[in-house]
Design a protein around this ligand. Structure first.
Ligand SMILES: CCCCCCCCCCCCCCCCC(=O)SCCNC(=O)CCNC(=O)[C@H](O)C(C)(C)COP(=O)(O)OP(=O)(O)OC[C@H]1O[C@@H](n2cnc3c(N)ncnc32)[C@H](O)[C@@H]1OP(=O)(O)O
Ligand SMILES: CCCCCCCC/C=C\CCCCCCCC(=O)OC[C@@H](O)COP(=O)(O)O
Length: 218
C-alpha cells in the first residue's frame, strides 16, 4: 500500500480509453506543474471519471474515496494498493477525522490528494453544491487547491438509455487557488469561488464539445 503504486495503476488504466473509443483533450497542463503537495478538486459524473483522472494524474497523488470501494473486488484491491484514503460517509464525524489526519500525512509524506467535492456521482447538468472536506483539507495543510473540470459525458454516454458511443472528453485544468494564510473562517468564500469557477467552466466546455469524433446524439 503506497502512493507510488499509482504510477503503475495510471499506466495500466490509460489503455482502457482505446477499448471504449474515448479521447481526451486536455488544457492547462502548466497548472499541475506546482511543487509539493496540493489538493485537486474535480466534478464527478460517473466511474468513467477514473479514466480522465488517470490521464492527467500527477506523481504522488492519490484519492479520497467512499469506503464501500474497498469491497469492490479487484478494483478495491487496486484502490487499497494505491494508498487511497477511505472515508465512511455514513459517519461524517469519522470521515472528518480521517480527512484531518490526511492533512498531516500529505505534508509528512509529500502526497497530493484528489477529492470529488460533490461527494457523489452527478449527471444533472450542473455541479452539485460542494461538501466542505476538500477545502478544510487544503486550509489545514496550507496547500493550494487545483480545480479540474471534465466536460459533460451526455453527448456520448446516456446511462438510462444504455447508450455509449465513442467521444471526446475535454479536461480543463484551472489555475491553482492559494490557501496560505487562510483559516476555517475563509472556507465559505473559498467554496463559493471554486464552485463558480468550476461550474461556469463545466458549462462552457460542455456546450461546445468541438472535437466529437463519434456518432453524435440521436
Ligand atoms: C479493469 C480496470 C480496473 C481499473 C481499476 C482502477 C482503480 C482506480 C482507482 C481510482 C479510484 C478513484 C476513486 C474515486 C472515488 C470517488 C468517491 O468515492 S466520491 C465519494 C467520497 N468522497 C467524498 O465524499 C468527498 C467529499 N465529501 C466531503 O468532503 C465531506 O465534507 C465529508 C468529509 C465526507 C463530511 O461530510 P458532511 O459532514 O456531510 O459534509 P459537510 O456538509 O461538508 O460538513 C459538515 C460540517 O463539518 C465541517 N467539516 C467538514 N470537513 C471538515 C474537516 N476536514 N475539518 C473540520 N471540519 C470539517 C464543515 O465545515 C461543516 O460544518 P459547518 O459548521 O457547516 O461549517
Ligand atoms: C459503457 C460503460 C461506461 C462505464 C465504463 C467505465 C469504465 C471505467 C474503467 C475503469 C475504472 C473502474 C474504476 C471504478 C472506480 C469507481 C469509483 C466511483 O466512481 O465510485 C463512486 C463514488 O465515487 C461515488 O459513489 P456514489 O455515486 O455516491 O454511489
Amino acid at each position: 500500500r503506497d502512493v507510488e503504486n499509482m504510477r503503475l495503476i495510471r499506466s495500466l488504466v490509460r489503455h482502457v480509453k482505446y477499448f471504449l473509443g474515448l479521447r481526451f483533450d486536455v488544457s492547462g497542463w502548466e497548472h499541475l506543474q506546482t511543487e509539493g503537495p496540493y489538493v485537486i478538486i474535480s466534478n464527478h459524473q460517473s466511474s468513467l471519471d477514473v479514466l480522465g483522472l488517470m490521464e492527467i494524474l500527477p506523481d504522488r497523488c492519490t484519492m479520497i474515496a467512499k469506503k464501500e470501494l474497498i469491497y469492490a473486488g479487484t478494483v478495491g484491491l487496486i484502490c487499497w494498493l494505491g494508498g487511497i484514503v477511505f472515508i465512511n460517509r455514513k459517519k461524517p464525524n469519522d470521515a472528518r477525522s480521517v480527512m484531518i489526519d490526511a492533512s498531516k500525512t500529505m505534508l509528512d509524506d509529500k502526497i497530493r490528494l484528489w477529492v470529488f467535492p460533490e461527494g457523489t456521482r452527478n449527471q444533472t447538468g450542473n455541479l452539485l453544491p460542494f461538501k466542505k472536506g476538500a477545502f478544510h483539507l487544503a486550509v489545514q495543510a496550507q496547500v493550494p487547491i487545483i480545480p479540474i473540470v471534465f466536460s459533460s459525458y451526455s453527448s456520448f454516454y446516456l446511462r438510462k438509455q444504455k447508450q455509449f458511443n465513442s467521444g471526446t472528453i475535454t479536461i480543463k485544468i484551472l489555475p491553482k487557488i492559494e490557501t496560505k494564510g487562510l483559516t476555517s473562517d475563509d472556507i465559505p468564500s473559498l467554496i463559493d469561488k471554486s464552485f463558480h469557477l468550476m461550474n461556469s467552466s463545466f458549462l462552457s466546455i460542455s456546450n461546445s464539445v468541438p472535437h466529437s469524433n463519434g456518432p453524435c446524439k440521436h
